[in-house]
Design a protein around this ligand. Structure first.
Ligand code: SF4
Ligand code: FES
Length: 362
């Protein structure tokens, strides 16, 4: 491997608070309590450290990052430190004055999430009446402000049939980028997997619709789409590799190689309250244990894809195969690959009832 460079990006999960209750949320089941969140001063120090070690981008996330009253101050501080700033938001709190605050703070990019293309269905999946209308208004405010907009549609078995309408909505909102994101089965989404996992026929339909739209809209709108793990032959390079590209900070200040890492047993994740970001990145056990390829078991060891997908996702290996150090079951070469087929079979004809995300604090 080449010498370790700085992380590309810092993902700051400012809070787990959120007005929505999406059943596909990848936040942990036991969320950080509001009183455990880092203070403004602590976040400001983390942002300074990020710039000092050469991080280029900061993604303000959550929960709903706009639930933090100090968001404007944090974004302005990051921007003044030379960081590219992106906010990942549901948009329901993006009032006119909140938009003015984001602009004054120097926000560079907004990623806005949608639950569906239609109001009634979107409000049902978000558990928030009127949320879709607020999102449409938020999208208009973002574009009127001249900011680049990414429209993110999370798809699953219960909304996937409206994929054409979702792409049309993204185009109508003048999004520069449309993300069609299959649900990632972590946290609440894993709990609800049987009610969310699409069928093979649904997947084939969406693959065709997206490919046609990418062709039709080439040069006008970028459409990002990745085949979901459960139907893939090879896993995704989760987070671009463990400890390879990103540091994720939880609301209470734990530095994590990914948003779901707290599910992994046998780890003590360092807190930014006690440790500097540079040391966490370079030498903490949490970031070095699965970094690179030395940790890999067969069949990853010796595989020609090992520096492309980095063996897939550690959290998925734990959740599905019971061991974070195994090859991701999404890989067709994994001895555990049958688990994916069994999950698909188990979802056929499963009830559609969803457990909504709720803040039950850990
Ligand atoms: Fe990737 Fe490992 Fe599968 Fe090779 S064996 S494709 S490195 S997950
Ligand atoms: Fe943790 Fe993939 S979500 S490594």
């Amino acid at each position: 491997m080449t010498a370790l460079g700085p992380p590309l990006g810092l993902i700051v999960e400012l809070t787990h608070r959120c007005p929505l209750q999406c059943a596909y949320c990848s936040n942990p089941l036991a969320m950080d309590a509001p009183k455990s969140e880092l203070s403004t001063e602590q976040w400001l120090r983390v942002l300074d450290e990020a710039a000092a070690i050469g991080i280029l981008q900061v993604h303000f996330s959550g929960g709903e990052p706009m639930a933090r009253r100090d968001l404007r101050e944090l974004i302005a501080h990051a921007s003044n430190a030379g960081l590219y700033t992106n906010i990942i938001t549901s948009g329901v709190l993006l009032s006119r004055s909140a938009m003015a605050d984001l602009l004054a703070a120097g926000i560079d990019h907004v990623q806005l999430s949608f639950q569906d293309a239609r109001s009634e269905e979107a409000d049902h999946f978000s558990g928030y009446r009127g949320s879709h209308a607020k999102k449409l208004e938020a999208a208009r405010r973002i574009r009127d402000a001249g900011l680049p907009l990414t429209a993110n549609f999370v798809i699953h078995r219960q909304n996937i049939e409206r994929i054409e309408e979702m792409i049309a909505l993204g185009v109508a909102l003048s999004a520069e980028r449309i993300e069609i994101a299959h649900t990632q089965y972590y946290g609440w989404a894993l709990l609800n997997r049987n009610a969310l996992l699409p069928s093979r026929a649904q997947l084939e339909q969406v693959n065709q619709v997206v490919a046609a739209a990418q062709e039709r809209l080439r040069g006008r709108v970028v459409i990002d789409y990745v085949v979901p793990d459960y139907y893939a032959a090879r896993p995704k390079a989760c987070m671009g590799g463990w400890g390879n590209r990103f540091i994720n900070i939880s609301p209470s200040g734990k530095a994590l190689p990914c948003h779901a890492a707290e599910t992994l047993p046998g780890f003590t994740f360092p807190s930014v309250r006690d440790h500097g970001l540079g040391a966490i990145w370079a030498s903490s056990d949490a970031f070095t244990r699965f970094r690179g390829t030395d940790w890999m078991p067969a069949p990853c060891r010796g595989c020609d894809q090992r520096e492309i997908d980095w063996g897939g996702c550690r959290c998925q290996a734990l959740a599905l195969a019971g061991d974070a150090a195994r090859t991701d079951p999404a890989c067709h070469r994994s001895a555990d690959h049958h688990i994916m087929r069994e999950a698909i079979d188990a979802a056929v004809d499963a009830p559609l009832a969803l457990v909504p995300r709720r803040l039950q604090q850990g």
